[in-house]
Design a protein. Structure first.
Length: 256
């Protein structure tokens, strides 16, 4: 493959994702850490929504409006998908990964008494998570928006630009797009940078395997929405856990 530079507009979007969006919300996040309150969280959610949709629409137009239904310029690697054994092995690995990632939400859904333990486990990022009913409603919309927009951006625009336009090998494009995805969650801390990078790899493989963005959008959305199940600062007395409850072993992701 011969390396090719994308258009100026494509380079601008990549530069924004690499050097602007990972840092734009640091000031608001710092304020939230210092003095968390509902109005500031709502402001943070609204600013995040605005930036997500603005970037997603820009990427959608740049790709000619063909991001969602199918790939544009992506060739699935024959060495991985020409063999039924390798293809099904990949699918089994992906099913196992996302089953584990979604386990906290299912755990809290069917065993509400565990919610308290999960809520305590999120103490370090509680300042970012919704506490009131209006916050939870806005966070739900933010979770759906993150699922749609971030897949448009990172698996749609970035992955397809790196491979289909710049002619990077697909595995290199997948790794770079996943690192950039994790880099844009730097505001959540260094641990989240690692976990979101790994999740980005899984979502990228889901996109390549399924041949489009519908599957990763659905998975991404549920990963974010499950936070509404596992984080509930005010827990009714009848489901409040005992003091012997141990902290959960799973961790999920917050939306951008």
């Amino acid at each position: 493959m011969n390396f090719c530079w994308p258009s100026t507009s494509g380079l601008i979007i990549l530069a924004v994702l690499a050097f602007v969006t990972p840092f734009w919300d640091f000031a608001v996040v710092k304020k939230l850490k210092t003095a968390p309150n509902s109005s500031l969280r709502i402001r943070f959610y609204c600013l995040t929504l605005l930036s997500l949709w603005a970037l997603a629409i820009a990427c959608w137009f740049w790709r000619g409006g063909v991001i969602l239904p199918a790939w544009h310029g992506i060739v699935r690697p024959a060495w991985l998908f020409s063999s039924p054994l390798r293809t099904w092995t990949l699918r089994v690995i992906l099913v196992g990964f996302f089953a584990l990632a979604l386990a906290p939400g299912l755990h809290c859904l069917f065993q509400p008494k565990r919610i308290g333990a999960y809520t305590r486990a999120y103490k370090s990022v509680a300042f970012l998570l919704p506490h009131t009913q209006p916050e939870r409603l806005l966070f739900a919309f933010l979770s759906v928006s993150a699922g749609v927009c971030e897949e448009w951006i990172f698996r749609g625009f970035v992955l397809q630009t790196l491979h289909g336009t710049m002619c990077l090998p697909w595995i290199a494009a997948l790794v770079v797009s996943s690192i950039l995805f994790g880099w844009n969650h730097l505001y959540q801390g260094s641990r989240a940078l690692l976990t979101t990078t790994v999740t980005g790899l899984a979502l990228g493989l889901a996109a390549v395997s399924s041949g489009g963005l519908v599957l990763p959008i659905i998975l991404h959305t549920f990963l974010d929405l499950q936070l509404l199940l596992v984080f509930r600062p005010a827990i009714p007395a009848d489901v409040r856990p005992s003091t012997t409850d141990s902290p959960p072993v799973h961790e999920t992701l917050a939306p951008r």
